[in-house]
Design a binder for this molecule. Structure first.
Ligand code: HMH
Length: 221
């Protein structure tokens, strides 16, 4: 189907899964103000570990874009993403110290290790640029949608969590995610059935991991 863009089509087809990732009980509890702060701290410590693994993934994406992309501006968009991650790592350290979360003593949970291993598998040169950039869009989009919702009309997000929500929920980050979606759609339009189905399976895996990642905030394991 060429009339409707691939990502939109997948979001419709996998709407239930996408909604479980972007309207998770954890982020909904931030939005309604009932959030358990120990859950927030667990998320913060685990996400710092994830972001550390996310940096080399995005670096590997930059390399794929340089080798395979048909559009020079892709490199600039991804480089902007790396610059934002540099800032994000510093922010995590500041935020962790604010909440007394000892990052160096934080042990990665099983879900986190699995998600990081999945990211590592996407860093392989065997993985096509189109598949990797589509995964990148999905990873960023879940946070953008989740945290923007915590700031939208009617939200009761506690003052001390607003900065976190702003980090991913701000309009600039929304625009950036939209640009990534456009890149992914442009590539998918030109891709073989094989690449398209690999990219779709990768998006589904990302959404599943994102749900499990939010689940870790419950601290049951
Ligand atoms: C688990 N997914 C997870 N952590 C993040 N920081 C993002 C996505 C977005 O950057």
């Amino acid at each position: 189907n060429k009339e409707i863009l691939m990502i939109q089509k997948w979001l419709n087809q996998h709407n239930e899964l996408y909604t479980s990732a972007t309207r998770h009980p954890f982020t909904l509890s931030i939005r309604d103000g009932s959030v358990d702060l120990s859950a927030f701290k667990r998320w913060l410590g685990q996400d710092y570990i994830f972001v550390r693994a996310f940096v080399p993934f995005v670096a590997s994406l930059l390399l794929k874009a340089w080798k395979e992309s048909d559009d020079d501006s892709d490199i600039e968009v991804i480089l902007g993403g790396i610059a934002a991650l540099n800032d994000e790592v510093s922010w995590f350290k500041r935020e962790a110290s604010k909440w007394s979360v000892p990052l160096s003593a934080t042990v990665p949970q099983k879900t986190n290790l699995e998600y990081c291993r999945f990211l590592e598998s996407l860093m392989s040169p065997e993985v096509d640029y189109t598949v990797a950039v589509t995964a990148f869009w999905a990873i960023e989009a879940v946070y953008q949608e989740s945290y923007a919702h915590c700031l939208s009309d009617g939200s009761k997000t506690p003052e001390e969590l607003k900065e976190t929500c702003q980090r991913w929920g701000n309009d600039g980050f929304g625009q950036y995610c939209h640009t990534l979606q456009n890149i992914a759609n442009r590539r998918l339009e030109k891709s073989s059935e094989d690449i398209i189905s690999k990219a779709e399976a990768t998006v589904i895996r990302v959404l599943e991991y994102e749900v499990e990642f939010w689940n870790m905030s419950r601290g049951e394991t």
